[in-house]
Design a protein around this ligand. Structure first.
Ligand SMILES: [Zn+2]
Length: 387
């Protein structure tokens, strides 16, 4: 193997131009500049600018716009979006936190494809993208939510970090970001490379779904991490945490399995004393050992992080759909599934919904004089009930 210097670029950091030129002459190659592409990922010592990311986003958008939506059914479009859309940028999403403008651009192109906008022909977007990009279990159409996938993919670096016992990259991260103080979830996010900031953003969101199996207590934050019971001790014993002098301590520093060495800013009252007794009794159930502390992922039975489980959790809109997946399992033609879904959320283009978008003079039902709505057509209209 020989290095082809004519095809290589010399990229320098903090080196003046004259020296860079002389180095380039020695190696007989050109002087390059950041960002460079390495294994398909744009690399830069600074934040990636819009013009650096734009070609990659354009490529994704071009992929979607190339699909011929007019020859597909609505259900077919959903299947195509679900099957293909995440796989195109997935690799990049595991390294780069997509900025808002990029996510909006991809979402907008997906929405145009789904609702059938072609060239100058404009069709109504019947439902908000937030609803459309929710999982079917939670009442959406199951189209991938790019932002949520981005977060779930970036958070998987936590799993890679915990599963690798050694490795140069782990040593670099450990040294540079002080990840043992007390653990990777509490590292400084204001400093560091854009990549590390992206990973920290995702890891902080995933912290809530980890609990710690205690070993020697060196990597567990006494108050902030969940290691004794279902929630962190600062939540269970807020009054004590509030006046504690060692709010950022690790378990091993203050707890040896028998004595709890904490001090407080002021004297505790009667209820504080009873809390103190309860706290000691509570943590006595979690004895220390010589092994290292292990994080356990709460959303998987095996306790190991998975992108799927985290995506499902952050994609949950807060309200469980009463129909959930059952609507899509009903034995009927596929287009009826979509129609039922639109009716369920009152998104079908009945005249009351059309009137919200354009001015129409006649809002009345075709069969009677009442205003036309989903409720009226399917439940209240005397004439349509006879059909
Ligand atoms: Zn009617």
């Amino acid at each position: 193997m020989k290095i082809n210097f004519h095809k290589s670029d010399l990229i320098t950091i903090n080196v003046d131009e004259c020296r860079a030129k002389s180095f380039a002459q020695i190696f007989c190659c050109n002087i390059g500049s950041f960002p460079i592409k390495y294994l398909g990922v744009p690399l830069h010592y600074d934040k990636l600018r819009r013009k650096d990311l734009q070609p990659l986003i354009d490529k994704i958008i071009k992929g979607i716009s190339g699909w011929l939506g007019r020859y597909l059914t609505f259900k077919g479009k959903i299947v195509l979006l679900c099957a293909c859309i995440v796989s195109i940028p997935a690799y990049l999403m595991a390294f780069v936190k997509f900025p808002k403008w990029a996510i909006n651009a991809i979402n907008s192109q997906m929405a145009h494809f789904l609702w059938g906008n072609m060239g100058d022909q404009h069709k109504f977007h019947l439902a908000k993208w937030g609803l459309v990009s929710r999982k079917k279990d939670f009442g959406g159409l199951g189209i991938p939510n790019i932002r949520d996938y981005n977060m779930a993919l970036l958070a998987s670096w936590g799993k890679i970090f915990f599963m690798n016992n050694s490795g140069d990259w782990k040593n670099v991260i450990t040294y540079k970001y002080d990840v043992n103080c007390p653990n990777i979830f509490w590292t400084r996010t204001k400093f560091g490379s854009p990549f590390w900031k992206s990973v920290s953003w995702a890891l902080q969101a995933s912290t809530n779904f980890y609990h710690w199996k205690i070993g020697n207590g060196a990597n567990i934050s006494f108050w902030h991490d969940v290691w004794a019971g279902e929630c962190s001790l600062k939540v269970s014993f807020w009054k004590l945490f509030d006046i504690c002098n060692q709010q950022e301590c690790v378990v091993g520093q203050v707890w040896d399995g028998i004595t709890l060495r904490l001090s407080f800013r002021r004297c505790v009252d009667h209820s504080g004393l009873s809390d103190w007794g309860m706290l000691i009794n509570h943590i006595k159930n979690y004895p220390l050992s010589d092994s290292t502390d292990t994080p356990v992922w709460d959303l998987e039975s095996k306790g190991i992080y998975s992108v799927k489980s985290f995506y499902k959790c952050i994609n949950f809109g807060g309200v469980v759909s009463p129909f959930g997946h059952s609507l899509w399992k009903t034995l009927c033609p596929q287009k009826i599934h979509v129609f039922l879904w639109l009716c369920l959320y009152n998104k079908s283009l009945t005249r009351d919904n059309v009137a919200k978008r354009i001015i129409i003079e006649d809002k009345s039902c075709l069969f009677c004089s009442e205003d036309e709505s989903i409720q009226h057509l399917f439940l209240e209209c005397v004439n349509s009930s006879l059909i």
